[in-house]
Design a protein around this ligand. Structure first.
Ligand SMILES: [Zn+2]
Length: 417
């Protein structure tokens, strides 16, 4: 008998269906924090629900951070473990008026979404879906995203807490909960007070395929290469004008065509990616994002960009360039390697749920990665959600229950060691 028969009261699905109805879309380039005020509405609901579950200190602060503590019920010495999920949804696709649909007992084949029949989740393009025959699959109606990213994580954490509250015989240490805003715009933990929060280790529930444990992510920098030309009245410019737009174009054209770009790399390969060009005749800035799993690899790519800039300006006498590198985030592995038990226990929790644990690397950053460098080691575990940031987002009810089981196992593993 596993732990999948979850608790008295609501199911994880009831919670999930309620949370996705809250529009919590975050916004790029907002002047406020959180980036959208509406995220706090879900935050306030969660505070109320946590209080109802008996977590008396549940609160939301000015930044929208929801935090709460489930007090220990054991005499053992157990580190304080935290469970974290984000409340916002992607700015890319609307999360307003989400109408979730449950496709009961999925029998295989393509899933046509009822609100927009051009939106089809094709089994042939979705290998994970092919493994879910017989499951109940939740999607949106095809006109919005679903919001499993990351309301599945929130629902699973809440369900696990409900289970612990309803089962006082289940021994556990002090367990902290945090729900954060603005993960999708990269600032989810900007004002998060790790020290005040008081957890020793944490797990974000923000991954995809069930069984995956993510303890590695990209190292990321932003690189700005600014080319300077010489401005002159074009009517009298012969032999004098140097056009920085042309230098920047020549530079971009020199970039490798068959490697080191997002469109030519996968798995553990990094890249350099020009994502903005701005300027005029006198000065033009090419902005890049640089990514690699290793700091050394990242530095090599940046050296490459610099050398290429030197070569480029050589063909344009009297031109010059400035080269700036700004650190965005680093691979959490560098931190997590110092606390191997944090990832090992997650693997063990997955195993206890009768799943095959699968280490997975994130080709991006996570709030967990930032938390690692803020003093809180935080790998990421799976929620069961798929096709994030799209109208084709889906999640299996059975996988959500498995994710809850993994969380409870994790608590158990930490308590028993
Ligand atoms: Zn997410």
């Amino acid at each position: 008998m596993g732990l999948s028969a979850v608790g008295i009261g609501e199911t994880v699905v009831d919670r999930f269906l309620r949370y996705v109805r809250y529009d919590t879309q975050s916004a790029e380039d907002s002047k406020t924090y959180p980036s959208t005020e509406k995220q706090k509405e879900l935050g306030r609901l969660l505070v109320e629900e946590l209080k109802k579950l008996g977590l008396k200190d549940a609160s939301i602060d000015q930044y929208g951070y929801v935090t709460a503590t489930l007090e220990a019920n054991t005499k053992r010495t157990v580190p304080v473990i935290a469970l974290i999920a984000h409340m916002d949804t992607s700015p890319e696709i609307s999360g307003k008026d989400v109408r979730p649909h449950i496709h009961k007992n999925y029998s295989g084949g393509d899933m046509v979404l009822p609100g927009d029949t051009t939106q089809v989740i094709r089994m042939s393009e979705t290998p994970e879906l092919a493994k879910k025959i017989g499951n109940d699959i939740i999607t949106s109606d095809g006109t919005t995203l679903l919001g499993a990213d990351d309301k599945a994580g929130i629902a699973e954490i809440m369900d696990a807490i409900q289970y612990l509250v309803n089962h006082p015989e289940f021994e556990h240490g002090t367990t902290k909960v945090a729900f954060t805003p603005d993960e999708e715009v990269g600032t989810g933990v900007k004002y998060f007070d790790v020290k005040k929060f008081g957890a020793q280790y944490a797990y974000t529930l923000d991954g995809e395929t069930i069984g995956e444990v993510e303890s590695e992510n990209f190292c990321a920098d932003t690189v700005r290469v600014t080319f300077r030309g010489v401005l002159f009245h074009p009517g009298y410019a012969k032999g004098k004008l140097v056009n920085s737009i042309k230098i920047a174009s020549a530079y971009v054209d020199k970039l490798p065509k068959d490697m080191m770009s997002p469109e030519t790399t996968e798995k553990m390969e990094g890249y350099i990616h020009p994502n903005s060009v701005q300027g005029g005749v006198e000065s033009t800035t090419v902005k890049f994002i640089a990514r690699d799993f290793q700091v050394e690899g990242l530095k090599k790519k940046e050296e490459f960009l610099k050398t290429l800039a030197e070569e480029t300006v050589r063909a344009y006498p009297r031109s010059s360039f400035a080269f700036e590198v700004e650190e965005s985030y680093r691979n959490m592995k560098y931190v997590l390697d110092k606390y191997p038990e944090v990832v090992e226990k997650a693997m063990e929790a997955v195993r206890l749920a009768e799943l095959q644990p699968r280490p997975h690397s994130i080709r991006g950053g996570t709030d967990g990665a930032r938390l690692c460098y803020m003093g809180l080691p935080t790998p990421n575990i799976a929620t069961g959600g798929h096709n994030f940031h799209s109208k084709l987002e889906w999640i299996s009810v059975q996988d959500m229950k498995k994710a809850v089981e993994v969380i409870l196992n994790l608590i158990k593993v930490w308590t028993k060691s």
